[in-house]
Design a protein around this ligand. Structure first.
Ligand SMILES: Cc1cc2nc3c(=O)[nH]c(=O)nc-3n(C[C@H](O)[C@H](O)[C@H](O)COP(=O)(O)O)c2cc1C
Length: 291
């Protein structure tokens, strides 16, 4: 897994968190590239499977170098055609946005816009955001706000406890992605053809027009590909086509669906499909090791 850490830090708090992220990644056999952000840095974001972006919160937003970096990268990717209507998720592209903040006036609420801003950047690039972390950091050189703000006495933060929490979150993210990757790559070969299609293929014209229909539906839909795959998986369960169900669930995984999203999609169909539908879906999901 290729991992990039981009961050900014003025008084060292975000740097401490960043160092802990790095250390934890190394312990899981990942050697990340770490860059302290300036407006213009020459990095190809799509080369990475997982990107961490960290900032101190400055007046509710990311620090200026991060804001400038985001704007300049957005422009670059827009020109290159990477930003698409409905932002369909790319498979195996993940991001974590984190900040350190002091929250002297309104607590974590003043850090939320900063992290949400960074998240939007990744969602526009079609990455799946798998973490949104808020870590308390002492407001340096301001004893009053560091001891009597909304969060009380925050001197010495982030402390060892904060950093241990970060460590755990990093491990969880890496586990989740590794698990997702192995899922989306296993069980079915790349050229897997569900049985109904195999049958259709006995008539070449029929098979071609079916493929044409599927392709047109995919490329003209305003619904992202993950959701399309989930809808098809639910319909496959209602019509009791095991092969189709497997195929579409694995498609959904490839497009970044989580186990929980897959389960929730099947739950959605229950009022119409009833318990026989749910039992069938459960059986196949069990075979795929998803429940
Ligand atoms: C100019 C300035 C503005 C800040 N604005 C906010 C803010 O709006 N909300 C907040 O929670 N913390 C704010 N902080 C506190 C920092 O976000 C916090 O101390 C952070 O941990 C600093 O990270 P760093 O040591 O990596 O630079 C501000 C700090 C400075 C210096």
């Amino acid at each position: 897994m290729k991992v990039l850490i981009l961050y900014q830090s003025f008084t060292g708090n975000t740097e401490l968190v960043t160092q802990r992220i790095e250390r934890t990644l190394r312990a899981t056999d990942i050697t990340p590239d770490t860059i302290k952000v300036r407006k213009e840095i020459n990095v190809e974001l799509y080369d990475y499977d997982l990107i961490f972006l960290g900032t101190p919160v400055i007046q509710w937003l990311p620090a200026k170098p991060i804001l400038e970096f985001i704007r300049s990268k957005l422009e670059h990717h827009r020109k290159r055609g990477d930003i698409l209507p409905t932002s369909p998720k790319l498979p195996d592209k993940y991001a974590v946005c984190y900040c350190t903040y002091s929250g002297p006036h309104t607590g974590v609420r003043e850090a939320v816009p900063a992290v949400k801003y960074m998240e939007q950047f990744f969602e526009h690039l079609r990455f799946s955001v798998v973490g949104e972390w808020y870590i308390v950091g002492e407001l340096r050189n301001n004893e009053i706000l560091a001891t009597s703000g909304m969060l009380g006495d925050i001197r010495g933060r982030p402390n060892e406890n904060d950093l241990t929490n970060v460590e755990q979150k990093v491990k969880d993210v890496v586990d989740k992605i590794r698990c997702q990757k192995s899922r989306s790559q296993k069980d079915l070969p790349e050229d897997f053809v569900p049985k109904p299609l195999q049958f259709l293929s006995m008539n070449v014209d029929l098979a071609n027009s079916f493929k044409g229909l599927v392709g047109t539906l995919k490329s003209t839909s305003s619904v992202d590909e993950k959701t399309q795959a989930l809808i098809k998986a639910v319909l496959s369960a209602a019509y009791k086509c095991k092969d189709c169900l497997k195929f579409h669930v694995l498609e959904a995984l490839k497009h970044g669906a989580t186990d929980m999203e897959i389960r929730d999609a099947f739950y959605c169909g229950t009022p119409l499909g009833g318990t026989p539908y749910l039992a069938f879906a459960f059986e196949v999901l069990e075979e795929l090791d998803l429940v």
